[in-house]
Design a protein around this ligand. Sequence first.
Ligand code: DP6
Length: 336
Amino acid sequence: MTDLLGAAIAHPNIAFIKYWGNLNDDLRLAANSSLSINLAALETRTMLAFTSDDNPSSDTLTINDQQITGAALQRVTAFLDVARDMAGTRLPARVTSTTNFPIGAGIASSAAAFAALALAASQALHLPLTEPALSRLARRGSGSACRSVPGGFVEWQAGSRDEDSFAFSIAPANHWGLVDCIAVIEDQQKQHGSTAGHALAWTSPLQAARLADGMRRLDLCRQAVMQKDFEALALVVEQDSHLMHAVMMTSQPALFYWAPFSLTIMKLVPAWRRSGIPVCYTFDAGANAHVITTRDFASTVANKLGELDGIKQIITSGVGGSARLWTKDLDGTNND
Ligand code: DP6
């Protein structure tokens, strides 16, 4: 039997309204709906082959030319088991992935990784999945990965069951020329992964208050995006980031993701906004600042960030499209 091949490209995303805490950790059913943009300049490319050879007898994973074992491989195997169950096969897979951005540093690498893997696996296994079904499959690998399947401005409707918890596009990538200037403050693997963090969210007395107000923030954010109202966007994006970090910091044990320089950025950015620059910040489960602005002000903001001591690297990206098949090396053509 010939190998079953698949290859796909996906972008990471940055959430304006965050996902933090699950109703069901195994199925990754989010406790609240969230909203994000895909990041065009950053991508993960994944090739995979389900093989009937005896070698290897279990899944293998290579990321950026490094052979990965242990928990990260087990997570990929658990995810591929979901796809294998859908296709009725037990074949092991060889997975090879490359990223053009630092992984594990709060740049949602798992979102791009599992969105690309879900699409590559569905191609290889001949699973005819609709976009919502593909988003649901990606969600099983990493919750935020469901938002990297559709393109542009994306909402993940949390739902309450596997069937109704998926993401969809609310506006295409070219709807609004926003730019994320990622100020890399720490480029090491973060200490506490998101998966463990989600499980701790319920130990914070603030999680209930954060969830109770969640729909208001989501509605405000969606409206700001649709109306391209930067000021309204800035206020709700910063508040939502603070609320998630308040839950993290009041969980037991407490999770502190910010570095001292993260706070410096939190003080500077609103001052830049008061001076007339459309700019705001948001932080995922990491110290790095996602400084959001418009295309017209992207170089101004990147230059201002570049003048600060304490930032290792600035990565800028506009809004990106959906996960897509990558035909290179499969049939001799290249759809880059
Ligand atoms: C802070 O999707 O990385 O980035 O499902 O365990 O992989 P797992 O968690 P993950 O959590 C993302 C958390 C966040 C906020 C967000 O992207 O919405």
